[in-house]
Every structure is written in structure tokens, then in C-alpha cells.
Design a protein around this ligand. Structure first.
Ligand code: GLU
Length: 416
């Protein structure tokens, strides 16, 4: 764990790519800062009748390629700089997978486990009410992130539609199916991590079905990535969550350990496994490591001890830039977050398209189109990596993505 500032990490990642870009330095400056950040104090009535104040944010990083797009996080460690970084990662993520969206992110400083469902509904509706002038299907389209899901998205959509006196399901994505959600959206982040890992093993000339896998973080992204990578024939030997991890060199059933977590609240104590810490999991001698928790899981020190050949980042920002340098030197292939977890926003884009068409796609169509998007983005990344002799896959992803944003900005001309 490191306390690196995620916004500084994002800026460093952009600077690393800038050296290889055909973009003027003043435009690079634009690509390192959000266009605007809203900071809110939300006053919400608790169930006992008292009032509580919650700080919230929405950062609109870049809209050159389309409406701002990105999730809403409910977590005690949310901060202005974290939201700014996450919004920037969204802009680059949408650009590398080439969907016509910009980058945004929101967050509220809260531990949602300490509040009732009714309190969380009032908070979400208060947040949606404050954001109403800034969001909309053509302006800014929120989505789920850490500790938010279909329930919060449905409340947000209902608040917006009620206040606007309209129906506009495309104002937010990640909704339940009955509220205009898309088939395949819940699994989409983990599914893209599986595709990204599979492509990385292919690139190395290795077969992922022989791989051993460790997954740090067993929420939506981690548990689904584990299940789908297991379905390719790989062996998941360790998984963890914020309470700790479990290890079995003979393999852990990815679905069964998820059921255990649903019942008990944690993966720990799953039968037939040894306990291990998150740090021990991250340095296990496995073929594939999937960090699927929060930012800064691997710093430079820990990176020295990483034994995996491939890292597929399901979380946003799990490696510090210093860790990246160490892993580049040590020839560990890192498939960056902005590609490996881009399935979430890609299927959000499909959801938004379906909402606008008022027409639903089958799950098969969603998954097939997602596979096409992720594999062609991977090919674009590899092309840049090889043709420009770039140091690693992260810089290659930023080179492709930043060029696309800069081109859209340049082509839009000047506003007097
Ligand atoms: N929160 C997800 C991410 O970090 C999904 C965002 C979206 O669907 O807009 O990519």
C-alpha cells in the first residue's frame, strides 16, 4: 500500500506518454487537468430525524470526444484528488477503447455500511438533485463504481426524470434491467479483464488455460474476472478482500468462494484454504495477478517482490508510477486499467445506445461486441508499443488514447 496521490499519478502517466506524442505541450497541459470540478455539501435527514452532512464531488475531466462519462463512488477515502484522477482515467479509458465519450467521475465521502437503505436513498437523491443541471444523456452520464450499483443508479435516474418531467434512461448507466439497464453490464468489467489477460498471454505465446491466478479484491470486478478466467481453464489459487485472503495451491472454486463471501461477508474462512495477507497474495508465485481492489495496492517496494508474469488491472490505479518503473525493468507485462477494466464503460456505452434507440440487445450481442472492442483496442495498443518502441503497455495505451483526444480537440477549431 502506498499513499501516492492518484491525481499526481495520472499526471505522471500522461507526461510519460507525452514524450512520444505529436501534440504541443500546451495541449498536453489541457490533457492533465479536469475541465471542472464540483464540490458539494449534501445535507441529509437520518432515520432518527437528525441531519448529517456529506461531502461529494463530480469531476468533468474532458469532453472533447463526447459527453463526460464515469461512475460514482461511495467510500470513506474519496477525496477531491481521487475523483479528479478517476475522471482522467475515464477520459483515457474511453479513448483507448474508442467509444465516443469523455471522462468524468463522482464520489461521496461515506462508509455506506453505516447507513440504512432509506438514508442512502435520500443521499443519492440529494446528490442527483444537485447534479441535475450538469448531467444528462448528452452532457454527463454517471454509472456505478465502488459501493454503488443498480439500486443507486435506479434512484438517480428516477430523481432526474421526475425533476425533468421526462423519461431519459440514458442519463445514467448500470441500471437494473427493468429500469432500462443492459444485459451483460454487471459482468462487463470482469469480462474485459478476462479478455485483456487472454490477449496478453497470447501476445507472450503462452496459454492462459495453464496459468495460475491470484485476485486481490473480490467485489464485482474481481469475482467476475476470477470466474471467467477460471472458465478459460486457468487455476485460481488465491483471492482476497479487505479482511484478508485465502490460498489453495490446488485451486479455489471462484464461484463457491463468492457464495461464501456473500454469506459471511468475506472470503476468509473459506474451507480447505490457508489464510494469507493481501501483501502475500500480491507477491505469490503465480502466472497472472489481477489487482481488483483500490488504488496504490502495489508500490515500488512491493513491485520488487512481484512474481507474476502478467498483471491485468481490474481496479483503477492499483500500481503507483514507481511500481510501474520497477515492473517494466523486471519484464512483468502489465495490461493497464484503462484497457483491462474498460468493459464496464464499454457496456455502459452499449446501455446508453440501447436507451437512445429504445431497443434492447441480447446478452450474446453485448458480449460479442464487447469482445470486439477490447481485442481491437489491445491490437491498437500493441501496434503503438511495437511501432514506436514504447517502454511498456501503459505508456502505449496513453499514447493511443491521448492522441485521439488531442486530435478531437484540434479538429474542433477555435472558439473566439
Ligand atoms: N466505474 C467504472 C469504471 O471505472 C464504470 C464507469 C462507467 O460505466 O461509466 O470504469
Amino acid at each position: 500500500m502506498s499513499d501516492a496521490n492518484p491525481f499526481e499519478s495520472l499526471q505522471e502517466q500522461v507526461d510519460d506518454a507525452a514524450a512520444y506524442l505529436d501534440v504541443e505541450s500546451d495541449v498536453i497541459e489541457r490533457l492533465k487537468h479536469p475541465e471542472r470540478v464540483l464540490e458539494l455539501n449534501l445535507t441529509v435527514e437520518l432515520d432518527d430525524g437528525s441531519l448529517a452532512r456529506f461531502k461529494g464531488f463530480r469531476s468533468q475531466f474532458n469532453g472533447d470526444r463526447g459527453p463526460y462519462k464515469g461512475g460514482i463512488r461511495y467510500h470513506p477515502n474519496v477525496s477531491r484528488d481521487e475523483v479528479k484522477a478517476l475522471s482522467g482515467w475515464m477520459a483515457y479509458k474511453c479513448a483507448i477503447v474508442d467509444i465516443p465519450l469523455g471522462g468524468g467521475k463522482g464520489g461521496i465521502i461515506i462508509d455506506p455500511t453505516e447507513y440504512s437503505e432509506a438514508e442512502l436513498e435520500r443521499l443519492t437523491r440529494a446528490y442527483a438533485t444537485e447534479l441535475r443541471p450538469l448531467v444528462g444523456p448528452d452532457r454527463d452520464i454517471p454509472a456505478p463504481d465502488v459501493n454503488t450499483g443498480q439500486r443507486e443508479m435506479n434512484w438517480f435516474k428516477d430523481t432526474y426524470e421526475t425533476l425533468e418531467r421526462t423519461t431519459a434512461p440514458g442519463v445514467i448507466t448500470g441500471k437494473a434491467i427493468a429500469s432500462g439497464g443492459s444485459e451483460g453490464r454487471v459482468e462487463a468489467t470482469g469480462r474485459s479483464t478476462m479478455f485483456a489477460a487472454r490477449e496478453a498471454f497470447d501476445y507472450l505465446g503462452q496459454d492462459i488455460s495453464d496459468a495460475t491466478v491470484a485476485v486481490q479484491g473480490y467485489g464485482n470486478a474481481g469475482s467476475i474476472a476470477a470466474r471467467l478466467i477460471e472458465d478459460l481453464g486457468a487455476t485460481v489459487v488465491a483471492v482476497s478482500d479487505s479482511s484478508g485472503g485465502v490460498y489453495d495451491p490446488d485451486g479455489i472454486d471462484a464461484r463457491a468462494v463468492k457464495s461464501h463471501k456473500n454469506e459471511t461477508g468475506s472470503v476468509t474462512g473459506y474451507e480447505g484454504t490457508e489464510e494469507l495477507t493481501n501483501e502475500e497474495l500480491l507477491t505469490l508465485d503465480v502466472d497472472l495477478l489481477v489487482p481488483a481492489a483500490l488504488e496504490n495496492a502495489i508500490d515500488a517496494d512491493l513491485a520488487e517482490d512481484v512474481e507474476a508474469d502478467v498483471i491485468a488491472e481490474a481496479a483503477n490505479g492499483p500500481l503507483t508510477p514507481d511500481a510501474d518503473d520497477v515492473l517494466t525493468d523486471r519484464d512483468v507485462l502489465v495490461v493497464p486499467d484503462i484497457l483491462a477494466n474498460a468493459g464496464g464503460v464499454t457496456v455502459s456505452y452499449f446501455e446508453w445506445v440501447q436507451n437512445r434507440q429504445r431497443f434492447s440487445w441480447s446478452e450474446e450481442r453485448v458480449n460479442d461486441e464487447l469482445e470486439t472492442v477490447i481485442t481491437s483496442a489491445f491490437d491498437d495498443l500493441v501496434d503503438a508499443y511495437e511501432s514506436k518502441g514504447l517502454p511498456n503497455f501503459r505508456t502505449a495505451a496513453y499514447v493511443v488514447a491521448a492522441q485521439r483526444i488531442a486530435d478531437a480537440y484540434a479538429e474542433s477549431g477555435n472558439w473566439p
